[in-house]
Ligand binder design. Sequence first.
Ligand SMILES: Cc1cc2nc3c(=O)[nH]c(=O)nc-3n(C[C@H](O)[C@H](O)[C@H](O)COP(=O)(O)OP(=O)(O)OC[C@H]3O[C@@H](n4cnc5c(N)ncnc54)[C@H](O)[C@@H]3O)c2cc1C
Length: 435
Amino acid sequence: MVLPEYDAQCGWYEMLEDISDFGQLQNDTHFDTVVIGGGFVGNAAARRMAENRPDNSVLLIEALMIGQGASGRNSGFVIDQPHKRELELGDNALKNKIVNLNHTAIDYFEQQIDRYGIDCQWSHAGKYQAAVGPRGEKFLNRYESLLQKSDSPYQRLSRSEMGDVFGTDYYNAAIFTAGGMLMQPAALMRGLADNMPDNVRVVENTPVLEIARTRDGFTLKTETVEIRCNQLILGTNIFTAELGYLRNKILPVMTFASMTAPLSDEQMKRFGGQLDWGLTPADHAGTTVRMTQDRRLIIRNSYRYAYDYNTPQALLPKVRETHRKGFDARYPQLGDVSFQYTWGGASGLSGNFETYFGQLEDGLYASCCDQSVGAARGTISGMMLADMACQKESQILSDMIEVSGKPSRLPPRALLRIGVPVRMGMARMASHSEL
Ligand SMILES: Cc1cc2nc3c(=O)[nH]c(=O)nc-3n(C[C@H](O)[C@H](O)[C@H](O)COP(=O)(O)OP(=O)(O)OC[C@H]3O[C@@H](n4cnc5c(N)ncnc54)[C@H](O)[C@@H]3O)c2cc1C
């Protein structure tokens, strides 16, 4: 069984101060509901379950420290507009449901952030999508026509506007949509975990090694204790198959990010752009760029098939080199700015791009394969899994079921290990000019 690992490389997590200690389970114990995995799905599921049933006990159990998994390692976009594929379907009703679901997740984050004063660089910054050359422009134009067809408001930027915001004339074209949020993901995950309802117990650094069915629920084995529960929610995303569920359905894909140290006043002048924006590439295989509120530039690109789930450390120098090239091409004026952190993280795709959401078997619920937009999608999934487990019907739950599907069966791993890198290599070559 492969378990999650943390490599002390993720900038978001490494910058945190005052990390709380939730303590360990000392004895075998029972909870009404156990939620495994402290990412977006698990975090939202545990809170909602506790709110739905204030008299019940809930355990949120995480293999690492909360914020160290993919939910604390991402680029920090909480998107409202669906990905291009869902826009491509041309079904405005479905697209509007996805936007509403994403907005429900955003509202949920805002409520918790306001209520508990969670300091996580939360910002109504929207999202830029940008093209470097003709290939990217083709993707961007298609994206624009899909936004028009679905009556989604957007704004095309002029060259001078792009320069003013991004601090570079590297881009040929960009579109801005206003609904998305930006945040510091590890800070958000820790802030949410620190402020759980009283009937939630949080336990970290405790991987669940085995799940067994009992007459009235489940027994979970960890290295030191056994935990019994009546209901179980899996927020374990790519690791779900390691616990024995949705085998051959989840395609773990890793991508990488590098983050600079905060720019000095003088470097900020040379940068010449604004603070607090995020840009995703028009061509998906291109480069995401972010400038944080605390003056750090972030570059994200490069993909690998993460059959081993965790980040091979030997890959990081090569990835950093690729990030450096992308950085230097955009910011030749910042040659003296070095990367403080480089890290990888894996999230779950499926062969047919469908997200899994629902009841796996009696009393057992899961959500995974969010196609790498888990901040919003994972959060609303977690909330709605809790509602499903409580038989709490609503329009949001019906919509969630409607927009989810059945991930297709993947080819055997041996074939994936050949086929996926070949496809990724081809995509990388085709998109080279957009990196
Ligand atoms: C570099 C990068 C950039 C990204 N950028 C974005 C972005 O900007 N916006 C966006 O929406 N998405 C982004 N994503 C994708 C996003 O991070 C994922 O979609 C999201 O984290 C999935 O959330 P989750 O809760 O389903 O799973 P995870 O975050 O993977 O959480 C699962 C948790 O389960 C725990 N776990 C697994 N097995 C066990 C076990 N046996 N026992 C106990 N605990 C266990 C893991 O340690 C982990 O913490 C990005 C991903 C990466 C890697």
